[in-house]
Write a new protein. Structure first.
Length: 219
């Protein structure tokens, strides 16, 4: 499925969830388009990394966790625009192991490619579809650290890594629980292009798919 198809499916699911929680949220009224607000809070979700190349692809998943800060301001009666910065980590990693026996001694080799710290900064455009509900899209720059390490019989024999840069596009929904608190659900797609380790081109291309929720406080 093309990436924009995935975004469309993700947005549809998010809107369904948002509609479902509307009746359970605070009854306090919020203006159809709230004033400018700086917000910050924690994020948590699921992270899927995809490596492709040489006619094949492989994926792995894990937990993504971190925090974000942003600002959005009203444009017209329902539009909103803003900027966001995010920092996150991930438990997603590939692990490959093999064993061999030589002279009666078994040697176990383990290779691990793990995701590290991820940084993002970009723009946000939203639309208030209801007094408490905003749908939005994001687009910006992402920089992610990846490490490659090797162990032999549990002893680390090497470690290398590199930071990969790319673009990140997202879409989601926010529900204002109160004038200062909003719940958020977002799908994010990141494209890194070619993957290298210590400047050595691996011949692989990297992508990232994330579904992330957040609880944000507005100042």
């Amino acid at each position: 499925m093309k990436i924009w198809g995935k975004v469309a499916v993700g947005v549809g699911a998010m809107l369904a969830v948002t509609t479902g929680v509307t009746s359970a949220a605070s009854a306090q009224e919020i203006d159809i388009n709230p004033p400018e607000q700086i917000y910050a809070g924690p994020t948590l979700g699921y992270d899927t990394l995809v490596l492709s190349g040489f006619g094949d692809s492989s994926s792995t998943g894990g937990l993504t966790y971190g925090g974000m800060v942003g600002i959005d301001t009203p444009v017209g009666k329902r539009g909103r625009v803003g900027l966001e910065a995010q920092v996150s980590g991930s438990t997603a990693a590939w692990t490959m192991a093999s064993s061999s026996t030589s002279g009666g001694v078994t040697i176990v080799d383990e290779l691990k490619l793990a995701a590290g710290v991820d940084y993002y900064i970009g723009g946000k455009a939203g639309w208030m579809v209801a007094p408490k509900t905003q749908i939005f899209a994001t687009l910006g720059y992402a920089n992610s650290r990846f490490t490659l390490s090797g162990r032999q019989n549990g002893i680390k024999v090497f470690q290398g890594g590199d930071s990969l840069s790319g673009f990140r596009a997202g879409a989601g929904a926010e529900y204002f629980l109160s004038p200062h608190m909003r719940a958020r659900l977002e799908y994010r797609y990141t494209h890194y292009g070619k993957v290298s380790v210590d400047t050595l081109d691996t011949g692989l291309k990297g992508e990232r798919h994330q579904v992330v929720g957040g609880l944000l406080y507005g100042f």
